[in-house]
Design a protein around this ligand. Structure first.
Ligand code: MLC
Length: 507
């Protein structure tokens, strides 16, 4: 049987043909039929360019319905869809292009000019501008004969590669299969009771699991409508809130909504559910939100490699500070360093097994082997504990990773560049509590000189040549030496304690 996830989507798109699927905020309205037809045109356009099952497409473009249809076309044809954060610089991009070796790239015009120099190295890779204003391309796509063929795939065929930062400083591509997407979307549709009557506020970027798979795939299966924002802004969300029923966001979205005095019970009159993920939701925000709106935000837990793993219940108690119960067919356990399961209440590493778990890291066989137990459990790297009912609480990470504004950041990637800067002897990057971003990136530096220390601005200027802005430290501190343990390892915990109150707004 064909295991292409698109076969189910296509049936649903037919079923809900006249329903509105996407209403662009201040823009066009697209029915399920419209999106399906454009997908048919788009896939025939891709075929004309020679793309086929197993080909790879990189996209670094603005959030548009065209990108959504490109994603759907890739699923349909068995092409591997590789979305990239629009904040990535040319130097980050070079790594992704080398790693993926794509057959085709779609960029926004802004990114095309930013990467102009870089692209001369990759002249052989066809690159197109995908955005609303590129009427010529859109006309060409619509001019391609509709093609409703659905590629025959098996469950393990790769639908998408999603890059996640790595402990070594290099990003890893998580290979997400058609079965991963299908099983997770079906589970979420069910546990969150999505129906054709829902209206979802969609302000997340669509280059990550949250905005792309969790939000879009679940809606595609439900027949519901999406109000599609190019990006998050509390003002525009508040304007459209009264007509919506569900919102998905990172905790920063909820903190920013709470900062607006016109965000209140009456703006949420039709809402049935606020969902939060990608970063820890603090109990303070949970409580403030409940007080202001009467709604208990539903926190769930997932990652690029696994899609969604656990969720607080739709019905039943949502406990702040916990991420709830494992989704149907997904096993979660907490183990010690040897991989032995721990008892309820014991703190250990969270491991997960199920149809949601990715196939492995793209072209990184050894790393993949290291991250899986012999019995198939994936080692998440998160530290947590289970209670006797199966409710999971996350307590931190077994590695250095920090999460800022919902983006995962590995300090190593930043430290490697800082350490190369003239005037810096060594560095340690940490995440410090920040009301708005959850954690903000902070660099602790050791100078090579006692005088004329290099300025923060000069450091930032150098970093921005190779790093996306969201990874750059927002504060710099200079010390005479870094705290180390007896083995010589930098004690990040000591630094985190020392700097935990530097952002004044943190209560
Ligand atoms: C943005 N900026 C930051 C920053 N984020 N600076 C420091 N730290 C950060 N974390 C800077 C930008 O570079 C820019 O600088 C300025 O702030 C405004 O940029 P922006 O993009 O407009 O930012 P803003 O609107 O403030 O957006 C912040 C945000 C956004 C939180 C709304 O980042 C966002 O939508 N995040 C969602 C991330 C997400 O989808 N994560 C899901 C991962 S999937 P300048 O100088 O240019 O103005 C996953 C799995 C799972 O984790 O379980 O979901």
């Amino acid at each position: 049987m064909n295991k292409n996830f698109f076969r189910i989507l296509s049936d649903n798109f037919d079923k809900y043909s006249d329903n509105i699927l996407i209403e662009e905020n201040k823009g066009k309205i697209w029915t399920y039929h419209d999106v399906l037809q454009l997908t048919f045109h788009f896939s025939s356009f891709l075929k004309k360019l020679g793309l086929k099952k197993g080909s790879r497409i990189i996209i670094q473009a603005e959030k548009t319905v065209y990108s959504v249809c490109l994603y759907l076309s890739c699923l349909k044809l068995g092409i591997i869809y590789v979305p990239l954060n629009t904040a990535y610089t040319s130097s980050e991009m070079a790594y992704f292009i080398d790693n993926i070796d794509p057959d085709l790239m779609f960029l926004s015009s802004e990114k095309l000019s930013e990467h102009e120099n870089l692209l001369t190295t990759y002249e052989k890779i066809k690159t197109l501008v995908l955005e609303k204003d590129n009427e010529e391309l859109i006309k060409e796509i619509y001019g391609s004969k509709k093609d409703n063929f659905i590629e025959e795939l098996n469950a393990k065929d790769i639908a998408s590669i999603i890059f996640t930062s790595g402990t070594t400083g290099k990003s890893k591509g998580a290979m997400i299969t058609h079965n991963n997407l299908e099983s997770n979307a079906k589970a979420l549709l069910n546990i969150w009771s999505f129906s054709k009557d829902d209206i979802l506020l969609h302000a997340l970027p669509i280059f990550h699991v949250h905005g792309l798979f969790v939000a879009l795939n679940t809606i595609f299966l439900s027949g519901a409508k999406i109000i599609f924002f190019e990006k998050f802004s509390p003002e525009s969300i508040i304007k459209r809130l009264p007509e919506a029923t569900v919102m998905m966001g990172v905790p920063t979205y909820y903190t920013r909504l709470l900062s607006k005095s016109n965000f209140n019970k009456s703006t949420c009159q039709n809402m049935r559910l606020f969902i939060s993920g990608s970063a820890p939701l603090t109990e303070i925000v949970f409580e403030k939100f409940k007080e202001r709106t009467g709604h208990k935000i539903l926190e769930r837990y997932g990652m690029s490699e696994t899609g969604m793993i656990t969720s607080n219940p739709l019905e039943g108690e949502r406990v702040p500070g916990t991420v709830g119960f494992s989704l149907p067919d997904i096993k979660v356990r907490v183990v010690n360093e040897l991989g032995e399961a721990l008892s309820f209440g014991d703190r250990g590493i969270v491991e997960v097994k199920g149809p949601n778990v990715f196939r492995g890291y793209w072209r990184l066989e050894e790393k993949t082997k290291k991250d899986f137990r012999s019995d198939g459990f994936f080692i998440t790297g998160d530290v947590g504990q289970l209670d006797n009912e199966g409710r999971l609480t996350l307590l931190g990470r077994s590695n250095d990773m920090l999460i800022s504004g919902g983006y995962n950041i590995y300090p190593k990637e930043i430290e490697l560049i800082l350490d190369e800067i003239e005037g810096i002897n060594e560095s340690a990057v940490i995440g410090c509590p920040h009301d708005d971003l959850g954690e903000a990136v902070v660099a602790i530096l050791i100078s090579t000189k006692s005088k004329n220390i290099i300025s923060d601005d000069s450091i930032e200027e150098i970093l921005l040549k190779s790093l996306a802005k969201f990874k750059c430290p927002v504060r710099y501190f200079w010390l005479n030496e870094l705290p180390r343990n007896a083995m010589g390892k930098v004690q990040k915990k000591v630094l985190k304690d020392k700097y935990k109150k530097i952002f004044k707004e943190v209560k």
